[in-house]
Each structure stands twice: as structure tokens, then as C-alpha cells.
Design a protein around this ligand. Structure first.
Ligand code: HEM
Length: 365
């Protein structure tokens, strides 16, 4: 019943105007002279942009994401994080997927915050199927946006409408990724400032960070917090003792504890252990690895896995938002999350670096 009410409100407040907009602009989908409000950076984007050029595009992305998810549920969080790291740097242009750069230099994938990204192979898989159906038509940027949305839905998160017609980037922005992607070591004011620089309010930032209610966090990030917080040789004093013991028990494996995340693109994330976000809960709280508000519940108990997560409890405004999201059954959070994902998915960068759809997402055409 509550779910039905949620759908009705989401439809009335968010989806209905947008679907109306989509319908009213659909007749101009291929017209470059359209003045649709969805026009961005000089090229037209619209709902179902590929309705003429590749009518099955969205369905193919949906089905292939579903089959990947059925084989590996980690697909959903991996794609969601990939999307965030793509859109945060020069907008959603698929630049994070590139393995080569125009001047042969380093790529976003080499930047420290991106070295632990996963799911590139999954985007390649989906894109290959799309290419078979419609060669050279659908951008990698759109494939990522659509696949991430499907992943959110598959884990029990909200549906949100997204426009398509994004251009693929013709370059990768190593330096910008190093400079602009937030760090797990940031305090709350730096985190809020990073998101504000991309146009997100504190409320939007807190709801976006709710993405951390799915997926897992590698022990490499946790060991620094529990063994040598800020170079003190001691644990982060904000971690409650029982949680500290739990973290230490779960992340006691020797393997790569001494490694910095900067040490290798693929190695750190795949070989060492990781803690699922939902495990940060006390057994007294309802848990699950599906989309819910357990992230916020964990923060209320001091059980955030990342320092930057727990920092949301060190600012009056963000604390109130965490409390609000934790106190209902997910209705408010899912509604806000749907809205902020639409905003994240529509971030755009400069048009000078935009080109046609890349045939392989990791390669320049
Ligand atoms: C202050 C901002 C953020 C920081 C510092 C941050 C940092 C991190 C870190 C360090 C991990 C663990 C990666 C690993 O273990 O390999 C992670 C995982 C994740 N992040 Fe964030 N993140 C932030 C915001 C976001 C946002 C805005 C989203 C999406 C909208 C997001 C989605 C995810 C997801 C889904 C995972 C789990 C990935 C998986 O299981 O493979 N994060 N994040």
C-alpha cells in the first residue's frame, strides 16, 4: 500500500511533468532546431532519443543489465559507482570508460579515486550487444546512464526517467578526476563543497550518498581507518568500540593491508576482502543488501564504513537529513534519490570534446 502511495506521489510530483515533457518533445526528437528544455550544450537530448535510429536500444540495455545482474548482483552497485565517477567529471560523457587518451596521456581510469572502479567489462558487454543491433548509433554515455538506472531498479531502488542522446567524449580527464572526485578522507564541509561545485544542495548530497546502501567497500579503505587514522597509528576515535572490533575482525586478512589504493588499478579491489554496506548495521536494525535506508540507520549508530560517510553526522544540517531519511520506511529517501539521480545523470560538460558514439567504450574511434 505504501509502495503504491509512493509511486503515485512520485508520478505526480516528478515523473508526470517529465513524461508530459517527453511526449510533447518526442515529435522533435530528430530536429536540430528544437528548443526543448532538454537541449544541452548545443545538441538535442530527449526521452527515447533512439526511437527512430535504434528503437530497441533501451530494451537491449535493460535486458542485458538484468542478465548480468542475475549472474552477479555486484553489477548494480558497480554500475552506479561508475556512473557517479563519469558524471562528476565533465558531465556524463562516458569519458571514465576510456583506456586511451587523445594525446596518449593518462586517463581517468588512472586517477586514484578511479583505480578501484569495477564494471567496465559489463558496460563493454552491454555496448557490444547494442552495437550488433545498431552499429555506431548509441553512445557509451547513454549505455552507462541506462544500465545504472536499471541496476538501481533491480536492487529495489526507485525508477527515474532519463533523457538520452548524450555525446561521447573524445578525451579523458585524468587531472580533473584527481582534483574533483570526493575522497573518503574528506570531512563533511569538503564533501558538501565538492558536491555544491556541481550544483548539488546539502539535501541532494545526503540523498546521493545514500547510494552507499548497496554494494561493498574494500577493506583497504577500512584498514587505514582502524589501524592508522590520519597517520596517528591509532583507530579513528569516532568509531564505536564494538564496531571497531567488528571491522578489525572482518578486515584482518593480511593480503594487501599495507597497500595504498594508488598502487594498482585492478589489483587492490579484486583480490582483497570487502565489507558489504549493509553489514555495517547492528543486528538490531533491519538489514538487507537491497536498496533501503540502512545506510542512514548505520550512520546514526556511528557505523558508517567510510570516514566521509560518518562525517555526515558532524554537521547540524546533514545530521537532520540523515535522521529524517533513517526515520521513515524509505519513501522520502527513494523519492529524493530518484530526483537527484535524474540530476546526476544530466550533468554535462564542454561541447568541444564531444563526438559521435564510440564503437568500443574503452577506445577512441
Ligand atoms: C563523498 C562522496 C563519495 C566518496 C568519498 C565515495 C567513496 C567510495 C569508496 C571509497 C567506495 C569503495 C570502493 C571499493 O571498495 O572498491 C565506494 C563505493 C561505492 N560508491 Fe561511493 N563515494 C562517494 C559518493 C558516491 C555517490 C554519489 C555514489 C552514487 C550515486 C556512490 C556509489 C557507490 C557505490 C554504489 C559503491 C559500491 C561499489 C561496489 O560495490 O562495487 N558513491 N564509494
Amino acid at each position: 500500500m505504501k509502495a503504491l502511495a509512493f509511486l503515485c506521489i512520485l508520478f505526480a510530483t516528478t515523473l508526470k511533468p517529465l513524461i508530459h515533457l517527453a511526449i510533447s518533445s518526442s515529435s522533435t526528437t530528430t530536429s536540430s532546431s528544437s528548443s526543448s528544455p532538454e537541449e544541452s550544450d548545443g545538441h538535442h537530448q530527449s526521452y527515447d532519443y533512439y526511437s527512430q535510429s535504434c528503437p530497441l536500444a533501451e530494451q537491449i540495455v535493460r535486458q542485458s543489465t538484468r542478465s548480468l545482474f542475475a549472474g552477479d548482483p555486484r553489477t548494480a552497485p558497480q554500475l552506479l559507482r561508475l556512473l557517479f565517477h563519469d558524471c562528476f567529471v565533465h558531465g556524463c560523457d562516458g569519458s571514465v570508460l576510456l583506456e586511451e587518451n587523445i594525446e596518449g596521456g593518462r586517463t581517468e581510469r588512472d586517477a586514484i579515486p578511479n583505480q578501484t572502479l569495477k564494471g567496465f567489462d559489463k558496460i563493454d558487454f552491454i555496448k557490444d550487444i547494442v552495437e550488433e543491433a545498431c552499429p555506431g548509433v548509441v553512445s557509451c554515455a547513454d549505455v552507462l546512464v541506462l544500465a545504472a538506472r536499471e541496476g538501481v531498479l533491480l536492487t529495489g531502488g526507485p525508477f527515474y526517467p532519463v533523457v538520452t542522446g548524450r555525446k561521447d567524449s573524445t578525451r579523458s580527464y585524468y587531472e580533473t578526476a584527481e582534483e574533483e572526485i570526493p575522497s573518503p578522507n574528506h570531512n563533511v564541509s569538503t564533501t558538501l563543497a565538492r558536491f555544491a561545485s556541481k550544483g548539488f544542495s546539502p539535501r541532494e548530497t545526503v540523498s546521493l550518498l545514500g547510494a552507499h546502501n548497496i554494494g561493498s567497500i574494500d577493506c583497504d579503505f577500512i584498514r587505514t581507518r582502524i589501524l592508522n587514522f590520519s597517520g596517528t597509528g591509532l583507530p579513528d576515535p569516532s568509531i564505536p568500540t564494538d564496531f571497531l572490533i567488528e571491522l578489525a575482525t572482518n578486515c584482518s586478512g593480511n593480503s594487501r593491508s599495507g597497500l595504498n589504493v594508488a598502487s594498482g588499478r585492478t589489483s587492490t579491489a579484486t583480490a582483497s576482502t570487502a565489507i558489504p554496506y549493509y553489514q555495517a548495521l547492528s543486528p538490531l536494525l533491519p538489514s538487507g543488501n537491497t536498496f533501503g535506508t540502512h545506510y542512514y540507520g548505520a550512520l546514526l549508530k556511528g557505523r558508517g564504513l567510510l570516514f566521509s560517510d560518518q562525517q555526515l553526522m558532524y554537521d547540524r544540517k546533514t545530521t537532520k537529513l540523515v535522521e529524517a531519511y533513517a526515520s521513515d520506511d524509505g519513501f522520502t529517501f527513494k523519492r529524493d534519490f530518484a530526483r537527484v539521480m535524474m540530476k546526476l545523470s544530466s550533468l554535462s560538460g564542454s561541447i568541444s570534446d564531444q563526438g559521435p558514439p564510440r564503437l568500443q567504450c574503452s577506445r577512441l574511434n
